[in-house]
Design a protein around this ligand. Structure first.
Ligand SMILES: Cc1cc2nc3c(=O)[nH]c(=O)nc-3n(C[C@H](O)[C@H](O)[C@H](O)COP(=O)(O)OP(=O)(O)OC[C@H]3O[C@@H](n4cnc5c(N)ncnc54)[C@H](O)[C@@H]3O)c2cc1C
Length: 419
């Protein structure tokens, strides 16, 4: 049996960053990771505020040394390569003014290992193995996990708090501790992706998005001096109707969905296997309680379109570390749910992004007008990940208004159909 302050299930960016931020509060942690790093992972483009979380971990110098492609913004091509819009990465200075900034695009195998190594350098202990069971105290509070180690033996790790950072594996939800995983709005889609060499890149290495039609799009993310990550996302029915194999589907889609993508890939070599991910949109609504909380993908993932996965994993890691530090210092010790505020705050941020994504898919014309013309600065903030807004910015209020209108219209149409 081992004992520590906090046990973290998953050594991906969410788990490793939680350990880094906990160490800043002087809190000990053990990370359980089942995979041997470096390992492949999708999710390579960062928001501006995600870059700031990397800086907050003390990793900016290391990032620049490793030559991860710098990202100054995202360029979105509309259908047929028309109606392009550009959102620059900008930060807010102390006076609240927007200033030029940049973030990064990363090869995840390299980035994730760097953050995990950093966590270990800050004092976290890594245990290679798989968390298999939750341990509970007499009062029902979560107090640790059981781990199957790489050699097949079983170890119990006791802790004041268990952090679930297991990503889409949703460890605590599956264990019946957090609530059930509910299907998200963008669930019926399939992403098919690979890494290529020989793509034609722009002068600046930014993230490019190519719109084909609703829920059918592609990405182009430079991840090192020669390699670009390319992915295509389509409704599941569309993908299933294709008769060839996954590789030929990927090659066909690269040339089909948008002329701006196809002109960048006249002759490319695939340097990674072609992989697919489906059913990636879900929501675990109750993800904190006595002795536990979840960060990042372990409780919710919306849609990859505007690159918010790493953003939430790292931002919530910092918020979780603050909440745990308060708890270890005696705050909310007797509360029914000591981490209720963390949960509410995390949901607030993710809800904002769901609103943004809904507006993009359901009201593309309004979205284009807002981002181009009407609420340029507010959209720069949203794309950067400044999402914990109270009160909501005029741009966010406008998004919510058009979303509500579209929902009301849909309801009226369905009511008519059943009348
Ligand atoms: C198609 C697609 C494209 C995406 N593109 C982007 C993008 O451009 N930008 C972006 O920011 N995000 C993107 N994302 C999202 C991004 O990949 C994730 O949000 C991010 O990896 C979440 O980090 P995490 O630490 O929460 O989980 P993960 O990175 O998945 O890490 C979880 C870790 O937990 C380990 N683990 C799981 N179960 C256990 C267990 N029981 N015991 C021990 N270890 C365990 C796993 O091995 C893994 O290493 C994309 C997602 C998809 C599906």
């Amino acid at each position: 049996m081992m004992k520590t302050d906090v046990v973290i299930v998953g050594g991906g960016p969410g788990g490793a960053a939680t350990a880094v931020f906990l160490a800043k509060h002087g809190i000990q942690s053990i990370i359980i990771e089942k995979e041997q790093f470096p390992r492949f992972h999708i999710g390579e483009s960062m928001t501006g505020e995600c870059g700031n979380m990397v800086r907050a971990m003390g990793l900016e110098e290391e990032m620049l040394k490793r030559n991860h492609p710098v990202k100054y913004g995202v360029l979105v091509y509309g259908q047929g390569g028309n109606n392009t819009f550009w959102v620059p990465v900008m930060k807010r200075d102390e006076q609240g003014n927007l200033q030029d900034s940049f973030t990064w695009q990363v090869r995840r195998s390299d980035f994730d290992k760097m953050v995990l190594d950093h966590a270990i350098a800050q004092g976290a202990t890594l245990i290679q193995g798989q968390a298999t069971k939750v341990l509970r105290a007499e009062d029902g509070a979560v107090c640790g996990v059981q781990v199957r180690l790489a050699d097949g033996s079983v170890e119990e790790i006791h802790a004041e708090v268990v952090v679930d950072a297991s990503g889409a594996a949703t460890f605590l939800s599956n264990a019946g501790v957090a609530s059930k995983k509910e299907r998200g709005k963008y669930d019926r889609q399939v992403a098919v992706y690979s890494h290529v060499k020989g793509a034609i890149r722009d002068e600046q290495d930014n993230t490019l998005i190519f719109y084909e039609k609703k829920n059918h799009w592609g990405w182009f993310i430079p991840i090192d001096a020669e390699t670009v990550s390319i992915g295509v996302v389509a409704p599941s029915d569309y993908y299933r109707a294709y008769e060839g194999d996954m590789r030929s589907y990927f090659l066909q889609q690269m040339h089909k969905i948008n002329p701006e993508l196809s002109k960048r890939v006249p002759d490319v070599e695939l340097v990674e296997e072609v992989r697919a991910t489906s059913n990636y949109s879900y929501h675990v609504k109750q993800f904190t309680g006595k002795g536990f909380l979840c960060v990042g993908d372990s409780h919710r993932f919306i849609d990859p379109i505007f690159s918010f996965g790493l953003h939430f994993a790292l931002t919530e890691a910092r918020l979780a570390a603050q909440a745990i530090a308060g708890y270890m210092n005696g705050e909310n010790r007797d509360a029914e749910n000591p981490f209720a505020d963390y949960q509410a705050y995390s949901e607030l941020g993710m809800d904002v992004i769901e609103d943004l994504v809904d507006c993009f898919w359901e009201n593309p014309l309004s979205f284009a007008f807002f981002v181009h013309t009407r609420y340029v600065d507010d959209f720069i903030d949203l794309f950067a990940g400044r999402v914990y807004q109270d009160p909501p910015s005029p741009g966010l209020q406008a998004i919510r208004k058009v979303n509500a209108k579209a929902r009301a219209k849909k309801t009226a149409v369905s009511a008519q159909a059943y009348a």
